[in-house]
Ligand binder design. Structure first.
Ligand SMILES: Nc1nc2c(ncn2[C@@H]2O[C@H](COP(=O)(O)OP(=O)(O)OP(=O)(O)O)[C@@H](O)[C@H]2O)c(=O)[nH]1
Ligand SMILES: [Mg+2]
Ligand SMILES: [Zn+2]
Length: 258
């Protein structure tokens, strides 16, 4: 293996391979059209390369950490790909209303689709046509279950959710690409508990909030960070109900803890 750009080879990469022994060695990672990754202060973890769409998944149960979800969405926006939210396990009727309510804050950020991987997940099939999609989200939300529902013979391992921890158990250990047809593919990835955004400069975080985009550049100060500066257009629009003000709160939380 060679050391490629950004920490080596990611699922979805195109590579040059040279024969070696019974197999081959990767000589070169070809130029990527997109790269989804997370980064803390120490290291970067590549999630998937060359995808056209990120399907950020949460489930009615176990519940999700809003900060983690915001970070997934921001990283996917930063990768420059189409972003969708999937709410899985809507068959759990008693959990549905609460989950819908908690997701409502993201309605202006991206399309939200409700599915049940265990009931065939037909609602998701049309969204995958012609796309290379990657499933990302916390452990136990049903990413691998969705792959199994969509890809005949996929046989992806799925795990029980721990009732004690109210979380998944990290059943999937590395990303894997499944072909759907000649133009479409789906990548399953391991659930994550943290999502560092160190690779995104603070001054670029606002661009990753789709609701803010029409108003960027309209603040009084050119370098406004939307943290309470006078004449901030983003704050004015949020206060006027132009988008959900909770999104500005999420943004400010990220600016404080990135
Ligand atoms: N009720 C219900 N349970 C589901 C559904 N989809 C998945 N599950 C269950 O949720 C648990 C976790 O599913 P996985 O597919 O392993 O979750 P994952 O997101 O791949 O988890 P990691 O690989 O750890 O990241 C399993 O017990 C599944 O049977 C669904 O639509 N409804
Ligand atoms: Mg899995
Ligand atoms: Zn501003």
């Amino acid at each position: 293996m060679t050391r490629g750009k950004r920490g080596g080879v990611a699922c979805g990469d195109w590579v040059d391979v040279a024969p070696a022994g019974d197999g081959g060695v990767i000589e070169r990672v070809l130029q990527r059209s997109s790269l989804l990754y997370r980064a803390d202060a120490v290291q970067e973890k590549l999630i998937a390369a060359n995808v056209t769409q990120a399907l950020v998944m949460v489930a009615t149960w176990p519940g999700w950490d809003e900060d983690l979800l915001v970070r997934c969405l921001v990283a996917a926006e930063h990768a420059g790909v189409r972003v969708r939210l999937l709410l899985n396990k809507v068959d759990l009727a008693e959990r549905r209303a609460g989950a819908r309510q908690a997701l409502a804050v993201f309605e202006g950020a991206c399309d939200i689709t409700e599915i049940s991987a265990l009931d065939g997940a037909d609602a998701v099939r049309p969204l995958l046509v012609g796309q290379v999609s990657v499933l990302v989200g916390p452990s136990g939300v049903g990413k691998s279950s969705l792959v199994n529902a969509l890809v005949a013979g996929a046989g992806a391992a799925t795990g029980q959710v721990s009732v004690a921890l109210d979380s998944g158990r990290h059943t999937t250990t590395h990303a894997r690409l499944y072909h759907l047809d000649a133009q479409s593919a789906l990548i399953d990835s391991p659930g994550m508990q943290v999502f560092g955004l160190h690779a995104i400069p603070p001054g670029k975080l606002d661009e990753q909030f789709p609701e803010f985009r029409p108003y960027l550049g309209k603040c009084r100060f050119r370098d406004c960070r939307h943290l309470g500066e006078p004449g901030c257009a983003i704050q004015a629009v949020a206060e006027g109900g132009g988008f959900q003000s909770a999104r500005l709160t999420q943004y400010r939380g990220l600016m404080a803890t990135r």
